[in-house]
Design a protein around this ligand. Sequence first.
Ligand code: ADP
Ligand code: MG
Length: 346
Amino acid sequence: MTFLSLSHLEKSFGPTRVVKDFNLSVEQGEFISLLGPSGCGKTTVLRMVAGFETPTSGAIAIDGADMVRLRPNARNIGMVFQAYALFPNLTVAQNVGFGLKVKGTPAKEIAGRVEEMLDLIGLPDLGGRYPFQLSGGQQQRVALARALAPRPRVLLLDEPLSALDAKIRVSLRNEIRAIQRRLGITTIFVTHDQEEALSMSDRIVVMHQGVADQVGTPFEIYNTPATRFVAGFVGTLNTIEAEVKDGATGRVALAGTEVVLHRPMTGDRVTLGLRPEAVRLGQGSCELGLSGKITEVDFLGSVIRLRADLGGQSLAFDTFNAAHSVPPRVGETVVLGLNAADLMVI
Ligand code: ADP
Ligand code: MG
């Protein structure tokens, strides 16, 4: 059953519509990411849910109750921002207890809840410190504890990891997800980082110029992108131009080979998408073997990213490193193996 619902949400600033007919139904306990490039309207959606922005039109409901007319602090929503928004003059414990104090919770109860929250984030001994005495990662964990302390019904996270170092970012990803699962709290997480969204989410909303282009599981978003934008924004995608030979069966010619895609298509030409990992070096057991000339070799450690030219079209693909085999060299002619089922019509 839908717990949080956003229907036909619109937001304009002056004449500019920055969120357009945005619809989303979130189940209780779900972890949803809003993924999209800077400026696509992610923060604006989050701020409308939190109550910091009023929608131009549309509805927001939690558990069936209309939220739009409620003030932010009457909505019972927790929020964490990108920049460490801790109160610098308050200790960690005072920061975490802040929301409860505002609500008039008795001091003894606050102390108990603060202890519980500091345990939850793995910082049980740091209650007496001030924010400036903490690392960036610790500050964001405290910000999370502060948001969770009043037991919100919904947690909103606006790029909470983007100011942190790469290593801490990855470990905090897992930590946030583990805490979210343990509490079972319905969460909307905003990010422009596709890897973050793919690794953390139950479902992802890919946003583009104020519109939700696609809503789906990470698997669906990556493997069956609904629009050309989604296909290009999430992951790396090769695009190949092919000539349509028979539109009814989807028989096309690409790089000197004919292939039947079993999908009807119109027009003389079609653009096909192909993920780098769907291409093999050597035909192996693949249906198709295309001849190409290596133009780039990028040794990345566990993986070698290669680029080949197929009669004027450039194709990026990966091969796993194996200590006993020598990777191809620039200028070498190779056979690339691929299967028709991996060619997306976009
Ligand atoms: P994102 O979080 O995806 O980067 P935002 O929701 O912050 O995007 O912004 C979406 C668009 O709305 C941007 O073009 C931004 O400049 C504009 N915008 C956001 N807030 C305001 C505001 N208060 N007044 C005018 N324009 C705004
Ligand atoms: Mg933003």
